[in-house]
Design a binder for this molecule. Structure first.
Ligand code: ZN
Length: 359
């Protein structure tokens, strides 16, 4: 996988997007203790599963917290990406399903036990209203077969444990791209179910939660959010604003552009301004209040003014608020009766304008 520099929302130091799916390996011993304790409180013969027994005081273990954050990120990302598909160049077909692979963690058996999986490939998230949701899939179902090919035999475990889940995700995406995807799954040891999913269009971005990190970033193809990203504490709309900013970098292919032009500070500054300015458009189309982009900036600006908001690659936070407010005014002028704001027609990229003028 090509490694691209990423856009940072939080840290001043750059880190590279990790092509590996390194999960909370260190949490596994804690996890085993917690799972054992949880199971000890169930009555004998109770089905092994992720469900916390009624009355149990057990606190969520790290992997459950990780799952709930990745679920939140995926749901918000799906909503933004599908709602804006009509205006994105080269939309892709998606089903609203995010899977993970117990084998990619340090202790697959503990992960299967924790989430009640009947195999390695579990459902990490299902976006509300998505084709996967309409087919009846839910979090912690076990994916058994894709287009009739059993996952247990169709995809070999690789020495690099993170690889298999990416291969399966690619297979699901390829099937979706071809127009239809057939999945077989089971829930909590129940009988297998099979359904065909009818994919929908989305802007081409994946969303991934990264363990240990506290930043949000975009690498051209993925929005990468650290599990300790402070935005998880914001309300959903402000969180969506942060995700929209990162998504905008991918929509405009900023990392790919800077691979060619070099990461010149003046250009990066324009790209940041474009990402800020597109935020309210993306929010508007997804049914979020576009003014959340302003609230997000006002929350981040005073609190984090010392770093990204004063960096020479970014405008000051108060200027950023003004740029966003100008876009909200523009949205109000062009929004159609369905509440859709066509940013492909009505949004002017300052970076693209600048690059067109100098070349
Ligand atoms: Zn940015």
């Amino acid at each position: 996988m090509r490694r691209l520099p990423v856009f940072l929302l939080r840290k001043e130091t750059e880190w590279m997007a990790r092509p590996t799916k390194r999960r909370a390996i260190s949490a596994v011993s804690t996890l085993l203790v917690a799972v054992t304790a949880a199971l000890a409180t169930t009555s004998g013969g109770a089905p092994v599963g992720a469900q916390v027994p009624a009355g149990s005081e057990r606190a969520p273990v790290p992997l459950e917290n990780f799952q709930s954050k990745e679920d939140r990120l995926f749901q918000v990302g799906y909503r933004l990406a599908t709602a804006n598909a009509a205006y994105c160049r080269s939309p892709v077909r998606v089903t609203g399903l995010l899977i993970h692979d117990a084998y990619s963690y340090g202790n697959p058996e503990a992960v299967r036990l924790l989430f009640g999986l009947a195999g390695d490939i579990g459902v990490q998230s299902v976006a509300p209203g998505s084709p996967a949701a309409r087919a009846g899939l839910a979090q912690n179902d076990t994916i058994l077969a894709i287009d009739g090919t059993p996952v247990a035999t169709g995809w070999q475990k690789a020495e690099e444990r993170w690889k298999r889940v990416f291969a399966i995700r690619d297979a699901i995406d390829a099937s979706a791209e071809n127009g239809a995807l057939e999945l077989t799954w089971s829930r909590a040891g129940g009988a297998p179910e099979t359904a065909r999913l009818e994919p929908v269009n989305a802007c081409p971005t994946r969303f991934e939660l990264i363990d240990s990190k506290n930043s949000a970033a975009a690498d051209g193809e993925r929005v990468l959010v650290g599990e300790n990203f402070p935005g998880f504490d914001y309300d959903e709309t402000a969180f969506a604003a942060a995700i929209a900013h990162e998504m905008a970098h991918n929509i405009f292919r900023h990392p790919q552009t800077f691979e060619v032009t070099g990461w010149k500070r003046s250009l990066v500054r324009l790209s940041e301004r474009d990402a800020d300015r597109l935020m309210p458009w993306l929010l508007q189309n997804a049914g979020y209040d576009p003014r959340a982009a302003v609230r997000f900036m006002q929350t981040w600006g005073p609190r984090h003014g010392g770093w990204i908001f004063r960096k020479r690659t970014h405008d000051g936070w108060d200027e950023r608020v003004e740029f966003i407010e100008a876009e909200i005014t523009r949205i109000e002028q062009v929004v159609d009766p369905n509440g859709m704001a066509d940013w492909r027609t009505h949004f002017t990229s300052e970076l693209e304008t600048h690059l067109a003028n100098v070349t």
